[in-house]
Design a protein around this ligand. Structure first.
Ligand code: COA
Length: 139
């Protein structure tokens, strides 16, 4: 648990899916979250409120994709987004060494872009309203 936000981060299991899906729909009402063998989910949870944030990584042949990351509004700006991102990125490099971690983000999403750039992601494609970023493997 990190000081300040009272939450801990862990990888989720199938038994978390109902709570996780509820959280995802509350944050992204139009989402169609997948939960197959190529999906890994990470949750931030507190004793009081249960899941308060999540990150979703999809596993592809050539790369890993950070499909989504979000924190409930009342818990934002407390370091949880960075903790979720770091947890997901270190799971990715431990389990799929050498496979790049990529993501796509709307060019207007300043909080998310700032989070990703500070965390070492670099813009690999800029298509106007849409950016693609990837994280180089540490050498
Ligand atoms: C993006 C998001 C996950 C960040 O979560 P968070 O817990 O608030 O982020 P943190 O507190 O860990 O902040 C880490 C960094 O993110 C950036 N950041 C977070 N909120 C920000 C804001 N409102 N404005 C600008 N930068 C912001 C900052 O660089 C921050 O570092 P700092 O604290 O040193 O300034 C959160 O804003 C969110 O859930 N947004 C809605 C969903 C979304 O857009 N997800 C990404 C696309 S799928």
């Amino acid at each position: 648990m990190a000081p300040g936000n009272g939450a801990s981060i862990r990888i989720t299991t199938d038994s978390d899916w109902i709570e996780l899906e509820r959280l995802i729909f509350s944050l992204f009402p139009h989402a169609a979250p997948t939960n197959g063998s190529n999906d890994a989910y990470f949750a931030a949870e507190t004793l009081k409120d249960g899941f308060v944030g999540f990150a979703h990584v999809r596993i592809f042949q050539s790369h890993l994709l950070l499909q989504g990351i979000s924190v409930i509004p009342s818990m934002r700006k407390k370091g949880l987004g960075k903790e979720l991102l770091d947890f997901a990125a270190s799971w990715a490099s431990d389990n799929f060494p050498g496979k790049p971690l990529k993501l796509a983000v709307d060019a207007g999403n300043a909080p998310a872009i700032s989070l990703y750039l500070k965390d070492g992601f670099m813009v690999s494609k800029d298509e106007g309203g849409h950016l693609e970023l990837s994280k180089p493997e540490p050498s």
